[in-house]
Design a protein around this ligand. Structure first.
Ligand SMILES: NC(=O)c1ccc[n+]([C@@H]2O[C@H](COP(=O)([O-])OP(=O)(O)OC[C@H]3O[C@@H](n4cnc5c(N)ncnc54)[C@H](O)[C@@H]3O)[C@@H](O)[C@H]2O)c1
Length: 430
């Protein structure tokens, strides 16, 4: 199959892994007229798709149901159907092991399924975030194990997913796509494909460059968040409002980009991806000092938040032990339902260890597992009616009634500057 065929709407697309990344991508291909099959090991996801129900907040219900009704998207757990695909896009998780080493087991399992059905002319694209070398050192040898050759018999590329869950301005459609192939034919094939669904495609010279681009982007964020978290700690000591400093600094029209302090890193990307890079760099005898330092600062933020809770309670002669502390927002960031690596979980565990009685509000997270206990979200009004000793704003969801919080008698520890422009001696900002 010559590469040009991949830009034709009659080419069949298989997306493996229908989560925060895979589902929006599958829907976008389907919206643009492609015949799309979503593959997942989780049959609750594939059945929800087939019933036209979206479980990812960034995928509007109507967009999903329209493409399912039109017969352009369906979900399946039958990996053997990969044989019928012209393009296979892999969007499975790339977590860390407990030792902080990359866990490529999901990628390997997905690639095994592709190997089992690989056909001449197929285009295989890895989208999962991973260390430079994954595509050519791990994926390519697996795919070539049955005799077909990459860039000759089939096409192989890496194209990092750059989606930002919850971002209404930048979505799959208008975020430029980076593409690096295992050879020129593969780069061209993948670029042609994405040009049919995204506004801009940038070709780079190899899969390794494409892999590194994504890690640079996320490491840049982790390091800058580390810097600004350290600045927040410093400003607190110096009695300077760090939020006011950042707001003023960002008026500079060049050479500065605002990052904000917070209760710690969360999500499947920023806390994890830099460790993929430092792990790989160590194999070359290289130590990533910025990554390590940012990791140390960022991972200490939940402890710092708990110290601020202790400080707040101290002003009314109370201790954490025995106090009722209410967490406002537990998802890892604003207006999403994603709890992966959420710093609120660490804050909850640390407060619990120090004897606090805990409750939480989060419209996106109805239930939360805390040790052997299942906590249920209560709305902010009900929580305030129970007069907790302290409320900690961990996630600044738009839907929260911040006025109600400020007008209550509860001590407020605000880790997100959600109460900007509101003054009260009961507000303790990060
Ligand atoms: N979430 C984000 O904001 C984001 C942004 C950019 C890139 N990424 C990267 O994209 C990748 C996927 O992340 P995500 O957030 O979509 O993960 P996710 O957990 O939301 O979704 C992954 C899906 O893959 C499925 N899966 C796992 N193994 C499978 C297999 N062998 N075959 C078929 N399906 C399988 C899971 O059941 C799940 O539905 C990761 O590498 C991540 O780093 C994520």
């Amino acid at each position: 199959m010559p590469p040009r065929t991949f830009s034709l709407r009659n080419c069949r697309i298989g997306v493996i892994g229908l989560g925060y990344v895979g589902l929006p991508l599958a829907v976008e291909f389907a919206r643009q007229g492609f015949d799309v099959t979503g593959f997942d090991v989780d049959d609750s996801k594939t059945s929800q798709i087939n019933a036209g129900r979206s479980y990812i907040p960034d995928v509007p219900q109507t967009e999903l149901s329209e493409v399912v009704k039109a017969g352009r998207l369906r979900g399946t757990t039958r990996m053997a159907e990969l044989a019928e695909m012209d393009v296979i896009d892999i969007c499975v998780p790339t977590p860390l092991r407990k030792t902080k080493d990359p866990d490529l087991s999901f990628v390997v399992r997905a690639v095994e399924a592709v190997v089992a059905t690989l056909k001449r002319g197929q285009l295989v694209i890895l989208e999962s975030t991973t260390y430079p070398g994954t595509t050519d050192e791990v994926v390519q040898p697996m795919l070539e194990s049955r005799g077909l050759k990459a860039d000759v018999d089939f096409f192989l590329a890496f194209s990092p997913e750059r989606v930002d869950p919850g971002n209404q301005t930048y979505t799959t459609r208008n975020i430029p796509k980076i593409v690096g192939g295992g050879g020129p034919a593969s780069t061209e094939a993948a670029a042609l494909l994405y040009e049919s669904i995204v506004a801009k495609v940038i070709q780079v010279s190899s899969t390794r460059v494409a892999e590194m681009v994504k890690l640079l982007e996320n490491t840049f964020r982790a390091v800058n968040i580390g810097l600004v978290n350290e600045l927040a700690l410093m400003c607190h000591k110096m009695d300077i409002n760090v939020w006011e400093v950042i707001d003023a600094a960002k008026t500079k029209p060049f050479g500065f980009m605002p990052f904000y302090p917070g209760p710690g890193l969360g999500g499947h990307c920023i806390p994890i991806d830099p460790s993929y890079l430092s792990w790989k760099a160590r194999q070359y005898g290289f130590e990533c000092r910025f990554i390590e330092l940012a990791g140390t600062v960022n991972s200490a933020m939940p402890d710092y938040v708990v110290e601020r809770v202790a400080e707040a309670l101290n002003t009314v002669r109370k201790s954490i032990n025995g106090s009722r502390v209410h967490l406002v927002g537990v998802a890892y960031k604003k207006d999403v339902n994603d709890m992966r690596e959420s710093p609120a979980l660490d804050i909850l565990a640390l407060l619990s260890k120090r004897g606090a009685q805990l409750s939480y509000s989060d419209p996106f997270v109805p239930e939360l597992q805390h040790g052997s206990q299942t906590l249920a979200s209560v709305d902010v009004a009900a929580a305030l009616a129970a007069a907790p000793d302290c409320a900690v704003i961990c996630t600044d969801h738009t839907a929260f009634d911040y006025d109600a919080l400020v007008n209550s008698d509860t001590l407020l520890v605000d880790t997100r500057n959600a109460l900007r422009n509101r003054q009260s001696p009961r507000i303790f900002r990060l």
